[in-house]
Every structure is written in structure tokens, then in C-alpha cells.
Design a protein around this ligand. Structure first.
Ligand code: PHE
Length: 478
């Protein structure tokens, strides 16, 4: 008798299809949409990147998301165990479970640095909250943000945070603690409850701030920036970046989706659900662009500021905008909600695995794994100050210049997620029993044939090409 993850404690999984959708959309929508996507669009020249990204989502991301759910619900367990069971029932080697293992490890490693970045968000909630309060107490709640300090000081806030290991570690610890607490509370009472409260609030904030930006910022230029394609910018490394971003943003290859799939009731039709989740995630990324760029462009700031776009450019913009201190606070609360529902899914994958593998109780598993991920995250945080010179994979060309956090981010995003996705595609496209897969997918006839064709041929081909050029960029240049 093998336990179902989450079954410890008498849980049965999601209480409705809507709860599943909210939890999975919560997993997908996160820092990837609001911090990483606009940053990448800004750095890679706008429209052409967006178009290529959309292609990746539709042709690779969406079919693979369905594959993850199918494996999860067919296996009804954590990522490793689910893969193993599907392999067994399909009469192929149980070694195929290795992709489940890569997924869980990837999710765990992503959690460790994700929590560090989410910690910055907490810090900014704190700063902008205090700022809004002091404005409100002064009787001017609708002033711009940080009225009493100069522009340099505002854009220097990020640097000041990064210089302080103690602050970085404290906010990282706070974020990880909240994540652990929710996962420890269980699938139904923790994860589902968090998603059903936080996601609607997130969407309300997203709509409000986007409308605010459209009226106070430069919406026309933002539209042009996001959607005018300049195909000369679309080099192979940029394509590589776009595919990696699609994996990251949709949470593919990181264990969470298989695990969430295991909690879905049999009567839920997985194919339209996977489509809904992928499209919602993509829409949120685009709307996030339409929320951020009008504000940034409206005050004449550089849209290609890189990772500092959110933490440096936006606070400067909020300084001069009407009600800037209120909007700034709401904006960082929005990112915090998005990051939290994602980090929950990052921790749930490894937690479900530890529960099944070692028979641990859920709170114990969540706490131990959260603590471990926290410690790795501490190294990432120190990589901005005391260990600023450390280059963990410095011997490897593509990682020669990257600090600890960026190395972990690059290694998981560029290598582990696509690798897990590649194996998943081969497994579902070629190895797994056709009837089993068909029954779980909710597709039939031509639609099923098309999906399986894409998973069997297109996904492996595209993902291997990207992996190849991601790992050996030299192949492209000469
Ligand atoms: N999709 C999340 C985001 O966009 C990150 C994530 C990756 C979450 C992998 C779970 C698994 O921020």
C-alpha cells in the first residue's frame, strides 16, 4: 500500500476544479511574469521576443503542461513515484522516473533563490508601506512615493538592501517561513486556501494598477515597445532565453505540476484545464508588461534596465506619480501574492516526495526542506556582498560571469527544466501506454493524435536544439 501525497492527514486533494485551476495558476503566475518577463522583453528588444515567447508557450509549453498533469493524475503520487507508476503500468523501465527526480531537485533549487528575490519584495512592501503610512498621517495619502528623499536615494534603495547581508537574510527567512507554514498546513487547508484568497486579490490589483498606468503613464509607447517586432534582435541565444522563460513561467519541469495533477479528481477534463492555465499565465505576463512599461516609459526611464526594472526604476517612477506611495505599496503587495502562490508549489513538489519516500509527516517534511532551501538561499544572498566574487561555475563559459544566485537561476532554468521537459516529452510521447495517456488527457480522435504528435516530435526536437545551443553557445558563433 503506497500512500498518496497529502493523504497523510486524511486529505483528498482539491475540493473543486476551480480550486485546482486557482492553485495551478497561482503556481504559474509569479516573479516569472512580473519580474522576469518584463525584464527579458526590455533587454531583448520587445515585440520579436514576445512573439517567439508566445510560440514557445503554444507549441511546447501548453502540450507539456498537459503531459505533466496526465502523469500526475495517472500516478496519483509525487513526481518520482507518479512517473514510476506510469512507467510500470506501461510496461517500460521504472528508470523513467528519473525525470521526476530532476523535476523535484529543480523545484527545490529554484525555491532557494526564488525566496531570496521574494524577500526583496517583502522589503519593498515594508518600505512602501511605511512611506504610505507617513504620507497618510501627514494628511496627504495621495502624494508621490518617498517625497522627502531625492531621486538618487530612491534608486539607491536597492543597492542599500544588497549591501546588507542581515537584511537580505531576514526578509528571505520571512518569506520562506510563510511558504513553509502554508505547505505544512496541507493541500486543502494550506495550499488551496492560500490560492483561493490570494489569486482573486492578485487579479483585482493587477487590473487596478494597469488601468492606473494606462491613464497616468504612456500607454501608447508601451504598446509599441511590447508589440513592435524587430526580428534582427531574435538571435538564437535570445530564442534560448525565451524558451527557458516559457518553462519557468509555466512552472514546467519543476515537479509542482505533476504533484498538483495528482490531487485532481478523475472527472476533471485535463486538456482544457491545462490550456486555461497556460493562457492565463501568458495573459498575466502580457498585462504585467502593460502595467509596468507605461509607468516606466511615462516618466522617461529606460525600459531595458534589467533586473533593476522593478526594484529601482519603478520606485523612482512612483516618486513623481499621483498617489505614487499608495500605488507603490499595492504594486509590491501584488508581486508578493504572486510569488507566494508560486513558492508554495515549489516547496510542495519536494515535500510530497519526502512524505512518500521517507514516510515523514507533512509539517516535518515541509520544515526540513524549507530549512535546507533557506540555507542555500543564504549563500545566494551573500553572493551580493561578502561572496560577491564567488563564481560557482566560473570554469564553464556560460556561467563565467554569474554570481551565486544567477548561476543557480541559469543552471535550473537553462538546463534542468528543459532537460526534465525533454525526458517528459519522450516518455509521454513514446514510452507511456497510449490508452492510459489518452484516457487521462481528456482528448480523443484527431485532437489526441495532434497533441501526442506535438509531444513526441516537436517538443523533443525544439527542446534539444535549445538545450544544445544553451549549453554550447560557441556552436552558433563559429
Ligand atoms: N512559474 C513561477 C513564476 O513564474 C516560478 C515557478 C517555476 C514556480 C517552477 C513553480 C515551478 O514565477
Amino acid at each position: 500500500m503506497v500512500a498518496t501525497p497529502g493523504a497523510q492527514g486524511g486529505e483528498q486533494g482539491w475540493s473543486s476544479r476551480m480550486a485546482f485551476i486557482l492553485a495551478a495558476v497561482g503556481a504559474a503566475v509569479g516573479l516569472g511574469n512580473i519580474w522576469r518577463f518584463p525584464t527579458l522583453v526590455g533587454e531583448n528588444g520587445g515585440g520579436a521576443f514576445v512573439l517567439f515567447y508566445l510560440g514557445c508557450v503554444l507549441l511546447i509549453g501548453m502540450p507539456l503542461m498537459l503531459s505533466e498533469f496526465v502523469v500526475g493524475r495517472a500516478g496519483k503520487s509525487d513526481a518520482v513515484q507518479s512517473a514510476s507508476r506510469v512507467a510500470e503500468r506501461s510496461g517500460v523501465s521504472r528508470r523513467w522516473r528519473v525525470f521526476g527526480g530532476i523535476e523535484i531537485l529543480a523545484g527545490f533549487l529554484i525555491l532557494s533563490f526564488y525566496s531570496v528575490v521574494a524577500g526583496w519584495v517583502i522589503y519593498y512592501v515594508w518600505l512602501s508601506g511605511g512611506d504610505f503610512l507617513s504620507n497618510a498621517l501627514a494628511g496627504e495619502p495621495f502624494r508621490g512615493a518617498f517625497p522627502d528623499i531625492g531621486q538618487d536615494a530612491v534608486s539607491g534603495m536597492m543597492g542599500a538592501l544588497f549591501e546588507s547581508p542581515v537584511r537580505l537574510i531576514l526578509v528571505h527567512a520571512a518569506f520562506m517561513a510563510v511558504t513553509v507554514w502554508i505547505v505544512a498546513s496541507g493541500v486543502h487547508d494550506g495550499i488551496e486556501k492560500a490560492a483561493t484568497w490570494l489569486m482573486p486579490a492578485f487579479f483585482a490589483l493587477l487590473v487596478c494598477i494597469t488601468i492606473y498606468g494606462a491613464f497616468t503613464g504612456d500607454f501608447g509607447r508601451a504598446l509599441a515597445f511590447l508589440f513592435t517586432p524587430d526580428f534582427s534582435k531574435l538571435t538564437p541565444p535570445v530564442m534560448n532565453e525565451a524558451l527557458g522563460q516559457a518553462f519557468f513561467s509555466l512552472s514546467l519541469g519543476a515537479g509542482g505540476l505533476i504533484t498538483y495533477g495528482a490531487y485532481v479528481a478523475k472527472d476533471v477534463n485535463l486538456a482544457p484545464t491545462a490550456a486555461t492555465i497556460s493562457l492565463t499565465d501568458t495573459a498575466v505576463a502580457l498585462v504585467a508588461g502593460l502595467m509596468i512599461f507605461p509607468i516606466v516609459l511615462g516618466v522617461g526611464l529606460d525600459p531595458s534596465a534589467g533586473p533593476a526594472l522593478i526594484f529601482q526604476s519603478l520606485p523612482v517612477a512612483f516618486q513623481t506619480m499621483p498617489a505614487g506611495s499608495l500605488i507603490g505599496l499595492l504594486f509590491f503587495i501584488l508581486i508578493f501574492f504572486a510569488a507566494l502562490t508560486s513558492s508554495i508549489s515549489l516547496l510542495e513538489g519536494p515535500t510530497a516526495w519526502a512524505i512518500d519516500r521517507f514516510g515523514l509527516r507533512r509539517p516535518v517534511a515541509a520544515m526540513l526542506l524549507g530549512l535546507l532551501a533557506f540555507l542555500i538561499g543564504v549563500a545566494c544572498a551573500l553572493g551580493y556582498n561578502v561572496w560577491a566574487d564567488v563564481r560557482p561555475l566560473g570554469f564553464w563559459g556560460i556561467f563565467a560571469e554569474t554570481d551565486i544566485l544567477d548561476t543557480l537561476d541559469g543552471f535550473t532554468g537553462k538546463i534542468m527544466l528543459p532537460l526534465a521537459g525533454l525526458l517528459l516529452a519522450i516518455f509521454v510521447g513514446w514510452k507511456a501506454d497510449r490508452r492510459l495517456i489518452e484516457a487521462e488527457s481528456g482528448l480523443s480522435g484527431g485532437a489526441f493524435a495532434l497533441w501526442r504528435f506535438v509531444v513526441a516530435w516537436l517538443c523533443p526536437a525544439a527542446v534539444s536544439l535549445i538545450l544544445l545551443f544553451g549549453l554550447f553557445p560557441g556552436l552558433l558563433t563559429g
